[in-house]
Design a protein around this ligand. Structure first.
Ligand code: GLV
Ligand code: MN
Ligand code: MN
Length: 412
């Protein structure tokens, strides 16, 4: 089998998809179920059909692109990622795994390889939490981690329910039909940019992921008392933003106190109401994102945030309400998939580094229903979730080649 990845075509497709965006280039913004997301999905499905693959969608909008194997009754080998992008993101997060997956399939077909197991490219709905507050919506539902009943209660930032939003986007059908049974996939592999600096620093072209860190997120609402910025004297204030400032620092110190590099915590959203220069903030909405490879250590930070909130609320006479949006366990990649990835790297004479994924991915949830592994490629300076995110054509092509080799080994 002579595998040849068409790197110029793949890079051109990454550029073309990046142009379907709600942000001005080089930034990419593509929020799930917006007209832009739907346009990107249409573009992508057309490319998959052009490649001779069969396309289906489920009621939450996950896309399944199948190359039917010689024994279609066997469990398929899955690969894929996401094409939604957070506000002001880059071109490569998720997209490399989707378009790289498509190119891997095309390279395999071109080489004359015929799989016994079907090979399926998955494009997961809403890996990013931007619209519904929870990440990996599609893979959570596929794996049964998020029940249809819980999903129906999700609301988007404008207060619209998931069923209403997906219906308007053209995705009907019962959410009960989304879940896939364990055994549906023989294995699942996700190609992704590292989103961190280790591969680049160590000058290693590929990372074979061993485990994926445990993410948790909170929505925090702080209620104080508003009023006139000139007339209310300082001793009488119950300023919600001042309370939020203390709490934000408590989130940071909670993570720092663990002493482990793997413990990280971020407040990425701070909405101030009413938001006027001459008005004391009466309400603040925060988000907190806490992650660790070690579950108890992650949960200890959540505990710190809770107790810091109680202390701040008492001292400042405000109310602080925390809503836990998700608190997921970490995942261990399947030794069988890791070994197959390592063999594929060796076969092409490529060095690889065992690596932990500190970002979450749909693979975190796919690992609950299938033996799962991930392959990382370097990205410049480790930058991700920003417009200057960059992966070189050579690195993308190498990752795609090893992905193709791995899919072939698993599907034969
Ligand atoms: C995924 O985008 C993450 O935030 O890890
Ligand atoms: Mn992302
Ligand atoms: Mn991603």
């Amino acid at each position: 089998m002579k595998l040849e990845v068409d790197a110029p075509r793949l890079v051109a497709e990454i550029e073309a998809l990046a142009a379907i965006s709600d942000a001005e280039a080089p930034a990419v913004t593509r929020i799930v179920f917006t007209p832009t997301d739907l346009k990107a999905r249409t573009w992508l499905k057309a490319h998959c059909e052009e490649a001779g693959l069969t396309v289906r969608q489920d009621p939450i909008g996950n896309i399944f692109v199948r190359w039917i194997g010689s024994d279609p009754a066997l469990p398929a080998v899955g690969t894929g990622s996401h094409i939604d992008a957070i506000p002001n993101a880059g071109k490569y997060d998720g997209v490399v795994g989707v378009l790289g997956g498509l190119e891997a399939i095309r390279a395999l077909r071109q080489s004359g390889f015929r799989p016994q197991h079907s090979i399926e490219l998955l494009v997961f709905t809403s890996e990013e939490p931007t619209r519904f507050g929870i990440g990996c919506l599609g893979s959570r539902m596929l794996s049964g981690t998020l029940s249809p009943a819980a999903a129906r209660k999700l609301k988007d930032n404008a207060g619209a329910g998931l069923d209403e939003v997906r219906g308007q986007a053209g995705f009907g059908g019962e959410l009960e039909a989304v879940r896939l049974p364990t055994g549906h996939y023989k294995a699942f592999i996700e190609l992704h940019i590292e989103q961190g600096p280790l591969l680049e620093r160590r000058k290693v072209p590929l990372g074979v992921v061993t485990s994926i860190a445990a993410p948790a997120s909170l929505r925090i609402v702080i209620e104080g008392a508003g009023g006139h910025a000139g007339a209310v004297l300082m001793p009488d204030r119950r300023d919600a933003l001042c309370a939020a400032a203390e709490l934000i620092l408590a989130v940071e110190s909670g993570a720092r106190a663990s002493g482990a590099d793997d413990t990280v915590a971020t407040v990425g959203i701070c909405e101030v109401f009413p938001g006027a220069i001459n008005s004391i903030p009466s309400q603040v909405r925060l988000s907190a994102d806490v992650r660790d490879t070690h579950l108890q250590r992650r949960d200890a930070v959540l505990g710190e945030i809770e107790s810091a909130g109680q202390d701040i609320a008492r001292r400042r006479q405000v109310s602080i309400r925390n809503e836990l949006l998700n608190a997921d366990a970490p995942a261990t990649c399947a030794p069988m998939v890791v070994e197959t990835l390592l063999d594929a790297c060796r076969k092409h004479g490529l060095a690889s580094l065992p690596i932990v994924s500190r970002a979450y991915h749909d693979s975190l949830f796919m690992s609950r229903i299938a033996p799962t592994g991930m392959l990382f490629i370097p990205c410049r300076n480790g930058y991700s979730h920003r417009p200057d995110e960059y992966a070189s054509p050579e690195d993308i092509a190498r990752g795609t080649l090893v992905l193709a080799e791995t899919l072939a080994a698993l599907a034969q």
